[in-house]
Design a protein around this ligand. Structure first.
Ligand code: IPM
Ligand code: MN
Length: 352
């Protein structure tokens, strides 16, 4: 198979971790006789510095022409500390989501048996936790009308959803649940918000078409509490953009290994695969960042193209590396491996 992969390495540790994922993909390509063509493109602070735009049109073209996008990270403290900055790297991310129609963000959260002691939660609470958070990504308060009054003393952000937007993400969430433990939790704030009531109404109307799925509804505050009290009770969680932003960060700490968790943003035109962590600027260029979340994102990329055996081998390589202690300093301070060493080890394991 011939694969066109857009590579948006971005800022901070982005380039280093993406390089390791490419090593892994190259090893897969060699073993299974695929041809991968990488098209690099600028995004984030790097793109602002070079072209004045965090998601330039040229980058959008590269993504549109790809089978999938491998994404590193964006963000640079020089923008965070400047409240007057006119363009910010994060705007690039939002523009990319909107223009590629990336309406669903999928974050699988599962514990790694060899790393259970990394969780801030008690072992008996987290052992066996395995869930997927499906977050709506192109609607809601992130993209609604927003502004300031003339005297600047009032500001507003509007949350809007249409039935169509809700249906398409629910469809995806139902289908994930169907392939897993067949339990779906719809998270909302239907006791307060009109948009949440539309979400609930829409989900209820869809339930009869998915008789084998057990659906429950939970207010977001309650869900935030139950997630860390009984994480095992969740299989697939589906929710709107802002709640999903918060809930998915919360869910990610259950495993205690932020550097290990991948994500996929599924789109109308193409899909984007990226680690859930940020650009970790303090570690940039030091060859110490954990590349595993990006490598597992590459596994999700392979899966999305139906290369299931290939994806499975990547996961196997990662599990083996964790068992054998081939890990970066965030996992083992006493005996840390470098970012590049972990990438080399994984590629070699795959080569067999
Ligand atoms: C995420 C991030 C983004 C979001 C920011 C950087 C705009 O937190 O991908 O979850 O809020 O969606
Ligand atoms: Mn977030």
């Amino acid at each position: 198979m011939k694969l066109n992969i857009a590579v948006l390495a971005g800022d901070g540790i982005g380039p280093e971790i993406v390089t390791q994922a490419q090593k892994v993909l190259d090893a897969i390509a060699a073993k299974y006789h695929h041809e991968i063509i990488y098209s690099p493109a600028l995004v984030g602070a790097t793109a602002i510095d070079q072209l004045g735009d965090p998601y330039p049109e040229t980058t959008h073209e590269v993504c549109m022409n790809s089978d999938a996008v491998l994404f590193g990270a964006i963000g640079d403290p020089k923008f965070d500390n400047d409240p007057k900055a006119k363009v910010r790297p994060e705007q690039g991310l939002l523009a990319m989501r909107k223009k590629l129609g990336l309406y669903a963000n999928i974050r699988p959260v599962a514990t790694f048996p060899s790393l259970l002691d990394k969780s801030p939660l008690r072992l008996d609470i987290v052992e066996g936790a395995d869930m997927v958070v499906v977050r709506e990504l192109t609607g809601g308060i992130y993209f609604g009308e927003k502004g300031r009054s003339e005297d600047l003393k009032k500001a507003f952000d509007t949350c809007t959803y249409t039935t169509e937007e809700i249906e398409r993400i629910l469809k995806l969430a139902f289908s994930y649940a169907g392939k897993r433990d067949k339990r779906l939790t719809v998270v909302d704030k239907a006791n307060v918000l009109a948009t949440s009531r539309l979400w609930r109404e829409t989900a209820q109307a869809m339930e009869p078409a998915y008789k084998d799925i057990e659906v429950d509804y939970m207010f977001v505050d309650n869900a935030a509490m139950q997630l860390i009290q009984w994480p095992k009770k969740f299989d697939v969680i589906v929710t709107e953009n802002m709640f999903g932003d918060i809930i998915s960060d919360e869910a990610s700490v259950i495993t205690g290994s932020l550097g290990l968790l991948p994500s996929a943003s599924v789109g109308v035109h193409t899909s984007v695969f990226e680690p859930i962590h940020g650009s970790y600027p303090q570690a940039a260029g030091k060859d110490i960042a954990n590349p595993v979340a990006t490598v597992l994102s590459a596994a999700m990329l392979l899966e999305s193209l139906d290369l299931l055996e290939e994806a499975q081998l990547v996961r196997e390589a990662v599990n083996k590396s964790l068992e054998e202690g081939i890990v970066t300093e965030d996992i083992n301070k006493e005996k840390p491996y470098k970012t590049s060493e972990v990438g080399d080890w994984l590629a070699k394991y795959i080569a067999g």
